[in-house]
Design a protein around this ligand. Structure first.
Ligand code: PXP
Length: 249
């Protein structure tokens, strides 16, 4: 299978550990530099309204510290737009956000919230930022993403990864088929296809093997694995599994 899949490493949860004690350590920027050295193709971070993990100063320092592209995940909110327009990262991924959720539960309903999302896509694109929309694996959402003029979509793989953990073969097959169908549909519409959320060593291969997928964004599992083997080794092993799934190892 052709075309190497890029690996974006999400370092949010280094900041989660830092914030547990309120000090400066561990520094998520140090993790981003390490990830770059370990072969990450990009750094992803999510600034939430409640700043539960990364903060503006992390983003500002990160932009200076790494050379690989930075992908800022943010909600469609004026406060976040102002930050993004100030920093102008390589990419912004628009995600849904609910204060009470533990993590991003489900994709952004770009079909239902078309008019709310549209000005964010437009203003970011006008500023030269590549916009992606984090959506559930659905043809309806792909059609809406296309009509919004976003060049990239990121398919939410959370339901697939949860099915994978459950071990229920029928559920796994169903969720994977949704991803495969949506990826094919999106690519046919000219959208670049990314995927992410909940991916582990065990669940990465079927997603990486979806031919239209160009980039995976992986965070929580890699930071957890880093506790045991170090961040460099965790990233290298994820890279190896992605390449193997593409028939490139
Ligand atoms: N992609 C998007 C859009 C996300 O919001 C997240 C979680 O912040 C991820 C990927 C990474 O998910 P995980 O941390 O579960 O690997």
């Amino acid at each position: 299978m052709s075309q190497r899949v890029r690996l974006g490493v999400n370092i949010d949860h280094v900041a989660t550990i830092r914030n547990a004690r309120g000090g400066a350590l561990p520094d998520p920027v140090r993790a981003a530099v390490l990830a770059e050295q370990a072969g990450a193709d990009g750094i992803t971070l999510h600034i939430r309204e409640d700043r539960r993990h990364v903060r503006e100063d992390d983003l500002f320092r990160m932009v200076d510290a790494v050379k690989i592209p930075i992908n800022l995940e943010m909600a469609c909110a004026e406060e976040m737009l102002a930050i993004a327009l100030k920093v102008k990262p390589h990419a912004v991924c628009l995600v849904p956000e609910r204060r009470e959720e533990r993590t991003t539960e489900g994709g952004l309903d770009v079909a239902g919230q078309h008019d709310h999302v549209a000005p964010f896509v437009r203003k970011l694109r006008e500023a030269g930022v590549r916009v992606s929309l984090f959506i559930d694996p659905s043809v309806r959402q792909m059609a809406a993403a296309q009509s919004l003029g976003a060049p990239v979509v990121e398919i939410h793989t959370g339901a697939f990864c949860e099915a994978h953990i459950s071990g229920d073969a029928a559920r796994i097959a169903h969720e994977l088929e949704l991803i495969q169908t949506a990826a094919k549909d999106g690519a046919a519409r000219g959208l670049e296809i990314h995927a992410g959320h909940g991916i582990t060593f065990d669940s990465v291969a079927p997603v990486a093997a979806v031919p239209e997928v160009r980039e995976l964004n992986i965070g929580h599992f890699l930071i957890g694995e880093a506790i045991f083997v170090g961040l460099g080794q965790a990233i290298a092993e994820m890279r190896r599994r992605i390449d193997l799934a593409r028939g490139e190892a």
